[in-house]
Design a protein around this ligand. Structure first.
Ligand code: BG6
Ligand code: MG
Length: 220
């Protein structure tokens, strides 16, 4: 039986936390007198906390002291954690749970490849942490997406090559990371934004029947 490494991004793929990251960053930016919209936010998806704040400051043409920079990152995370406090199994994106269970049934290896330092507690809140054999998150890597480090670590830990790996991503940076690694990239979101992905779906529920089998024989 063919096996592939199935690697999932978290925010915006497994759970709709992308909107909470956006709200928290928008509040933070406003506290610095910087205005930013969903358009710029698209460029923050998949991007680490530290690099996100750097980008926001660049857009606002602002420089702040290292102390204030750290304080603002902490403030953003506190607000974000408040926003996600009540997350539970009902917040899993449509079709994701069934897709993961089907992979498990077929004994396919599953990993998480996320930039977030909050990934483990979020998976616990959703009650699906045990479905992942390997978790690589923002606490394990030094290079942020679009660098492929997070996905390369995930496939290596599962014992598969990049060519045997499939990545599910909602961000441009994440799709680019998967492509750079030579992995198959499946975008979740809008075709216009994620056009660099090998295939794009709005949701897991839009994938054709038996799509896992299609993926198992898919070549980059
Ligand atoms: C990514 C999100 O998954 O994680 C980004 O798409 C976020 O929006 C990044 O900034 C880092 O997350 P956290 O939880 O460590 O601040
Ligand atoms: Mg994401």
């Amino acid at each position: 039986m063919i096996k592939k490494a199935f690697i999932f991004d978290l925010d915006g793929v497994i759970v709709d936390t992308a909107k909470f990251h956006f709200i928290a960053w928008q509040r933070l930016a406003a506290s610095l007198g910087i205005n930013f919209t969903e358009h710029e936010n698209e460029q923050l998806k998949g991007v680490s906390r530290v690099n996100s704040l750097k980008k926001i400051l660049e857009w606002g043409n602002k420089e702040i002291s290292p102390e204030l920079f750290q304080a603002k990152m902490d403030q953003k995370n506190e607000e974000y954690l408040e926003l996600i406090e009540t997350l539970d199994v009902n917040d899993i994106m449509p079709g994701v749970h069934d897709f993961l269970l089907e992979l498990k049934k077929q004994d396919q290896p599953i990993a998480l490849g996320s930039a977030s330092k909050n990934a483990r507690p979020i998976l616990e809140k959703l009650g699906i942490k045990d479905l992942f054999q390997v978790i690589v998150d923002g606490t394990n890597v030094t290079k942020a997406k679009p660098d492929p480090e997070v996905f390369l670590c995930a496939c290596e830990q599962l014992g598969y090559s990049a060519q045997e790996s499939i990545v599910f991503e909602d961000s441009v940076a994440g799709v680019q990371a998967a492509n750079t690694a030579g992995m198959i990239s499946i975008g979740l979101g809008e075709q216009d934004i994620l056009h660099e992905a090998d295939e794009v779906f709005s949701h897991f529920t839009d994938m054709p029947q038996d799509y896992i089998n299609t993926l198992l024989s898919k070549k980059k």
